[in-house]
Design a protein around this ligand. Structure first.
Ligand code: PLP
Length: 395
């Protein structure tokens, strides 16, 4: 009657969604000021002004049937040209508009890419800690996710374990930097070493191991942290991008896939991307927002608010004695739980009104994620609860 795997996925919400729903219910019971919801990565910084300006201008000046009509399946040619121009100006990447495919956000960029690549018996490597939906996306293609552990000091992947994990069954690797959930930004040195392993393995196997660069947080970095553009480091890179975080547009569902200009069998891989988009029904990304992002290609979010939050919560929690990864990007703080079982720790936090996500589903047992794309005021008000949580472990 129905597919059991899909039933399982649909009837069990993710831990993050579960907490978010609990937070709404709890706020109605005890008052919103007593619930400190750090569960979701929903940007609280408004979209840059150019987004609303572009919407108004497009609606006022362009033909309505074109604005609301179908575009080419892979996206409007002018929009893809604007995105390629911006990437090439910024990174000298040589990206062709003919190798860009417009999507409904990073989730679609990833599922289309994985479906375009996966064949029977394939594995995809995930670098812990990782966005939990990766495991769902990979498994739903019939391929197997293989998890590589991280170095607890740097939060970069354990490179020895990475090298061992790249067996002849591996079709690709998903790299996510700036990282959700750790906020870590992998250094150029780490990425170069990672790419060197991939190049050596590709040569050994006589076919490329594909690097899938999941980059929704590319623009959200603090200080002088560098985010190298991966097609410039490794020829067989597929960029999976989204404007959900960088333009604060998660509800508009808009992003793209871009293939590296030096991709092996690039034209065929692009055709497979178009085929996967077709098979999954991910064609003609929303027309209005394709046009909007084309007008805002170089706009950036106001990350000052995130940085202020980062400084407050990282500073306060480390002062209280928590062990945290210093986040150089995205808007997440990864904190070591005060007991081995991060679920039990998150439950104790929940009783104090702190909604934080246990790391098990991120492939990082013993850690919790605190999402700080929330109001500065809520972080300030939550600090006594974090202090009480720490004190409860010392009592
Ligand atoms: N990849 C990562 C690392 C994410 O954190 C998210 C969303 O939080 C996604 C992909 C999905 O992004 P989108 O909402 O654009 O589909």
């Amino acid at each position: 009657m129905y597919n059991k795997t899909m039933y399982g996925l649909g009837s069990r919400r993710s831990v993050i969604r579960e907490l978010f729903e609990y937070g709404k219910k709890r706020a109605a019971e005890v008052g919103a000021d007593k619930v400190y919801d750090f569960s979701l990565g929903n940007p609280n910084v408004p979209a840059p002004a150019c987004v609303n300006d572009a919407v108004r201008e497009i609606l006022a000046t362009e033909d309505s049937t074109a604005v609301h009509g179908y575009t080419s399946a892979q996206g409007d040619a002018g929009v893809r040209a604007a995105i390629a121009d911006s990437l090439n100006r910024r990174f000298g990447a040589g990206i062709s508009p003919d190798m860009i495919y417009m999507t409904v956000g990073a989730a679609a960029s990833l599922t289309v890419t994985l479906n375009a690549l996966a064949e029977e018996g394939d594995e995809f490597v995930l670098l812990a800690p990782y966005f939990p939906e990766y495991a769902v996306f990979v498994s739903s293609t019939g391929a197997k996710p293989v998890v590589v552990p991280f170095d607890e000091q740097t939060f970069a992947p354990d490179l020895d374990a990475f090298e061992k994990a790249i067996t002849p069954n591996v079709k690709g690797v998903i790299v996510n930097s700036p990282n959700n959930p750790s906020g870590a930004v992998y250094s150029r040195d780490t990425l170069e070493k990672l790419c060197a392993v991939l190049s050596a393995k590709s040569a050994e196997f006589g076919r490329p191991v594909v690097l899938i660069a999941d980059e929704p947080y590319r623009e959200i970095v603090y200080g002088d942290a560098e985010v190298p553009f991966l097609p410039c480091l490794y020829p067989d890179t597929v960029v999976c991008y989204s404007y959900s975080k960088s333009l604060s547009l998660p509800g508009e569902r808009i992003g793209y896939i871009a293939l590296s200009p030096s991709m092996t069998a690039g034209k065929e891989v692009y055709a497979a991307v178009c085929g996967a988009g077709r098979a999954l029904g991910y064609v003609c990304a929303p027309s209005l927002f394709q046009k909007v992002v084309a007008k805002c290609v170089d706009a950036r979010p106001d990350i000052a608010a995130y940085e202020r939050n980062r400084n407050l919560i990282y500073g306060a929690l480390t002062d209280m004695g928590y062990t945290c990864v210093r986040p150089d990007g995205a808007f997440y703080l990864f904190v070591k739980a005060l007991e081995e079982d991060a679920n039990a720790f998150a439950d104790k936090a929940k009783r104090l009104g702190l909604l934080i996500v246990p790391g098990d589903d991120f492939g990082a047992k013993g850690w919790v994620r605190v999402s700080y794309c929330v109001s500065h005021d809520m972080i300030e008000r939550s600090l006594p609860a974090f202090r009480e949580l720490m004190a409860s472990y010392k009592a």
